[in-house]
Design a protein around this ligand. Sequence first.
Ligand code: MG
Length: 386
Amino acid sequence: MNIVSIKYGSESIRSEIRNAVVDFSEMTAGIVAIESDVIRNGKPLVGYGFTSNGRYAATGIVKDRLVPRLMKAPEESLLSPDGNNFDPFKAWEIMMRNEKPGGHGERSVAVGSIDMALWDLVAKIEDLPLYQVLANRYRGGQVSRRVYVYAAGGYYYPGKDLESLKDEIKGYLDSGYETVKIKIGGATLEEDRKRIEAVVELTGDPGRLAVDANGRFTVLEAIRWGKALAPYGLKWYEEPIDPVDYAGHAEIAQMYDGPLATGENLFSTIDTRNLIRHGGLRADRDYLQMDPALSYGLVEYTRTLEMLSEHGWSRQRCIPHGGHQFALHIAAGLGIGGNESYPGVFGAFGGFGDDVQPESGYIEMPDAPGIGIETKSNLFEILQKL
Ligand SMILES: [Mg+2]
């Protein structure tokens, strides 16, 4: 059993949306296809991966370091002990050979995209959906077939007024989402309050609206906004400040009683451990959003879940960023709290399989082998170019 080739590339996901910190006029995603010599129905099995969204393709690292290391590795060094499948943990060690600790970011994104493709391949070789493979390995076969999802949108957009925001949110609610999220911090507090109130009018319950500042505020600003947000009783207040200002998070958690959420820009187990150690977050209410695709893949994510459990955190507090099928499978297979969804943004890289629609805020997991990228026709078309 061998890897025949690893193809990679970069795909534009540019759009006119913006959050409080970045616009998406230059945004790209890295894409990966790993072809094996395992033949099924007359065709070689291929695993597909990509870099989630929001951090740009890291094609140089994939090309110069990760692919050469994997392609040079002796065949058996990538296989499980029985030789019947690839072993993503071994591949991870090979990819990270000669890499110093620390400095996570672009490298974790590059490794994450290959890790996703490897897990897709592993599950296809077992002819099972990835969630079932994970449940069999880690949870005695127990699958959470219904996964909680929420619709992330409410971006700032040229010419977008309150009416168009309401139309967007209404679309999410009509298509089966119960919880929605909008951006804040890209307008004045007064304007954002109007946006929040307009959305709460639609959801009826402020507990069905989360807000996301994308790390824009200073600690003082975050506290000022937090005081204005607290009376609403929102689902959560996301990334108020820079993701690695741990002591700053602790200050905000002191004054903001409602749930906080963060973690989408932490890219390693050790960074998350620092957040848990020093960030003052509360295991009974706050949410952790580390994105497995951006943070060294599922191999590293299993270590993060282990670390969280050692610190007394339930994995139910984890609802990853990214809105991709990979995290959906991880949620179903490993029993984490749910997954983000982008029904309206990021083109082919947003949303799940073509036939997958939420009902009352939950997705019923499909049965396709692997991650099911083949069942998402627009994304599959892009990956097939490789
Ligand atoms: Mg966010």
